[in-house]
Ligand binder design. Sequence first.
Ligand code: KG4
Ligand code: ZN
Length: 354
Amino acid sequence: MNGRLLAIESSCDETAVAIVEDGRRIVSNVVASQVALHAATGGIVPEVAARAHLRWMIPVLEEACQRADVTDWSTLDGICVTEGPGLAGSLLVGITMAKTLAWLHGLPLVPVNHLEGHIYAAWLLDPDEPAHPEPAFPVVALVVSGGHTFLVEMASDLSYRLLGQTVDDAAGEAFDKVGRLLGLSYPGGPAIMAAAAGATRHERRFPRAWQGETFDFSFSGLKTAARRAILEALGADPAGSSPGDAALPPAEVAELAWAFQDSVVDVLATKTLRAAESCGARTIVVGGGVAANSVLRARIAEGAMRLGVPLVVPRPGLCTDNGAMIGAAGWRRLAAGARAGRDLDAKPSLRLVR
Ligand code: KG4
Ligand code: ZN
């Protein structure tokens, strides 16, 4: 089979549409980010996010079609859309757009799991990128996003065996919460990475939750430790819940950001590499917004090199939410016969593995 899919992603705070060929080659990939909108509240307000999707969905769709020169819809083979997990109101905007297009143009409607999209981002090729072989199975994939953190083994396409997952917060959520406590801008992930890069002291050490020999993760203890350290540095009551409006000197913010990031990266990288070794993985794949973190990327790359296992981490713009990743996963789902009807509904708590 060979062809073109239009893919829509609106599960959280990016309105995104892409055209992808053969499940790999990006033809166009347009993302309208709501970061500036949510920065004012320091986090996502679901109602505000859904309204912003409504505002941007059609302009983003038009831009994606224009960049890919789509004038004749019969040149497309299907419409893919994220059905979950995510915010119900946000998902519904993308789903309604996808249903309408599929019905209007007589195209198959393919429901896609957002988390599967984060994994299949590793299969994508940019428009001018030279083709290279697809990741070889078995694959060990780490997905680290704002809402999820887990490790899976894939023996073949679309098959997942859960190796471990977070027992409390997702890694991205911890970045966002600690970023807010440090007085950094939203989202916390990129802000902590930037602050940490400026640290001159690297002695502070936050705890690591190893969860025994398992491949599970836990970040709530680290978050509490970081909060106590921040309140202590501010001279506030460490048992208090919020640092209030007080601000730390930049050097101290940098040091704390570095120590927090060091702990998260250490656990994520160590467990991913250990999982790859124990599964005899032929490829390690990393996806999700936190995979945009350059320190995490470097740590896993170094370990994968030592193990002699090829590593595929998409470029940062394909680690955070985008439509192309939904097209990559949707292509495999279409080939496997996945079809949705006009009754397709948002699945806010959809899981990848049961
Ligand atoms: O995958 P994503 O775009 O949306 C979800 O599906 O959740 O991930 C967003 C998460 C946010 O928590 C954000 O802080 C984090 O990814 N993130 C990062 C970086 N860039 C985004 N975390 C650490 N370092 C980064 N450079
Ligand atoms: Zn995501």
